[in-house]
Design a protein around this ligand. Structure first.
Ligand code: NAD
Length: 449
């Protein structure tokens, strides 16, 4: 069965790809298994060198990769360039980590006790459509640094950058079979990877609903899983914050990537005494978001990924919003920047919209802010805006969420751990922490008697 890949800004086909089924997935797993002993035997310094070469190739092909990503996901080109820049940094970082992730010696009686970080074997990397290349690199970097081989399954809607990356991996000199990119449906290829007895671990990023299924499926073979799932993060704005700065930044924390961001701070919690002033600043700032052709250097927000997704996003907006922006005319899966007033019990505040819809919710005081922010099944990211440093830290400690920022809305950095609490998943990506989830600790006791 072939797969037609669309440009969501024009609704025109970009490519026609063959889709893999169970048989092709099994072949890819077998290739990864065959490549494992050789890859594991590569000296650490050489593995690092190959990862550095991959980083350099990603940089050299940066513009090409950014254009692929921009066309396939509908991302503004400027943002796509920044994302590809991060991909190169991720490979650089994990090239540097290869020989810094080591075991320990532990004082015990009668001998020497030492630990080793062993690779797991063949890993299944399952990636969503919103940040296809970035999220693939977050998994590939530590997986390869720890000497695993992988089958990478991109999302059906956005496979093009992963296919190109697979070519660059070979060009970098990473041996055949170490990285196998398999394009196909999640319910077939993804599911097979989850069930396959020769796959040691699934590193999954996607929806909480599918993540739940992955976890269930992995139970049969006691597969390791890391799950990076959905979010419903709170952007908590106290009255003593720099309101102009907080309001100017808030739209980009929701409307970036057209809201299709697991970290989207889609619940904007505002202290009641500053509510009117802040919402008026927020509406002004949202009016300034430039929505349009992703290829235009000035564009800040592109279309949604598909017609079906646009319908889903639209279902969250009933009644007259506080603000609704403009969109370019059809074709394209456009949806306007939308700001609604809500309570935390409304559907728009409870479920992940995954589109450019921000819900503004008032709160009474610090305790109320913490209560509302934590009143969600998710716990991925969030922000706290205040000039009171002690309060910022008090609230940061009180929030049940994995990646927070104070007086800022950015949660993702190459060197720092990223991942969720509660139903946003478990396991951490990025930073040195990610290496824990891509290796097994082996303990060896050597008797000196
Ligand atoms: P999705 O769950 O529908 O799909 C994710 C991937 O899983 C795709 O490659 C898909 O083909 C595959 N898949 C589908 N069914 C499967 C199955 N039964 N077994 C195995 N794999 C299967 O998610 P999506 O719509 O592509 O992405 C959006 C979701 O991803 C949002 O919920 C978002 O919050 C989440 N996300 C989370 C993070 C994070 O780091 N926490 C980052 C980006 C996106």
């Amino acid at each position: 069965m072939s797969l037609t890949v669309l440009n969501p800004a024009t609704e025109e086909p970009l490519a026609e790809l063959e889709q893999a089924g169970v048989e092709e997935t099994d072949v890819a797993v077998a290739r990864a298994k065959a490549a494992f002993p050789g890859w594991r035997a590569v000296a650490p310094a050489d593995r690092a060198r190959l990862l550095r070469r991959l980083a350099t190739l990603v940089e050299e092909h940066g513009e090409e990769l950014a254009r692929i990503e921009s066309q396939n996901v509908g991302k503004p080109i400027a943002g796509a360039r920044a994302e590809v820049g991060m991909v190169a940094q991720v490979f650089q970082f994990y090239a540097g980590a290869v020989d810094k992730h080591h075991g320990e010696t532990i004082p015990v009686a009668g001998g020497v006790d030492m630990t080793f970080r062993e690779p797991m074997g063949v890993l299944g990397l399952i990636v969503p459509w919103n940040f296809p290349l970035n999220i693939a690199s977050w998994k590939l970097g530590p997986a390869l640094a720890c000497a695993n081989t992988v089958v990478l399954k991109p999302a059906e809607l956005t496979p093009l950058s992963a296919v190109r990356l697979g070519e660059l991996v070979l060009e970098a000199g990473i041996p055949e079979g170490v990285v196998n990119v398999v394009v196909g449906p999640g319910s077939v290829v993804g599911q097979r990877l989850v069930e396959h007895p020769e796959v040691a671990k699934i590193a999954f990023t996607g929806s909480t609903e599918v993540g739940r299924r992955v976890m269930q499926g992995a139970a049969t073979t006691i597969k390791r899983v890391t799950l990076e799932l959905g979010g419903k993060s709170a952007n908590v704005v106290f009255a003593d914050a720099d309101l102009e700065r907080a309001a100017a930044a808030a739209p980009y924390a929701v409307f970036d990537n057209a809201g299709q961001d697991c970290c989207a701070r889609s619940r904007i919690l505002v202290e009641r005494i500053a509510y009117d002033r802040f919402t008026s600043l927020l509406v002004d700032a949202t009016r300034g978001v430039r929505v349009g052709d992703p290829a235009d250097e000035q564009t800040e927000m592109g279309p949604l990924i598909s017609a079906a997704h646009r319908e889903q996003v639209a279902s969250f907006v009933d009644g007259e919003p506080l603000f609704r922006g403009e969109t370019p005319p059809a074709p394209g899966f456009w949806f306007p920047c939308t700001v609604v007033e809500a309570t935390n019990d409304d559907r728009v505040a409870r479920e992940e919209v995954f589109g450019p819809v921000a819900a503004v919710i008032p709160f009474a005081d610090e305790a109320d802010a913490v209560r509302i922010a934590n009143d969600t099944p998710y716990g991925l990211s969030g922000s706290i805006w205040t000039r009171d440093g002690a309060r910022a830290l008090r609230v940061a400690r009180a929030l049940d969420t994995g990646a927070l920022s104070i007086n800022s809305n950015s949660s993702v950095r190459v060197a720092t751990p990223f991942g969720g609490f509660k139903q946003s998943g478990f396991g951490r990506e990025l930073g040195m922490q990610a290496l824990e989830a891509y290796s097994e600790v082996k303990n060896v006791f050597y008797s000196t008697d």
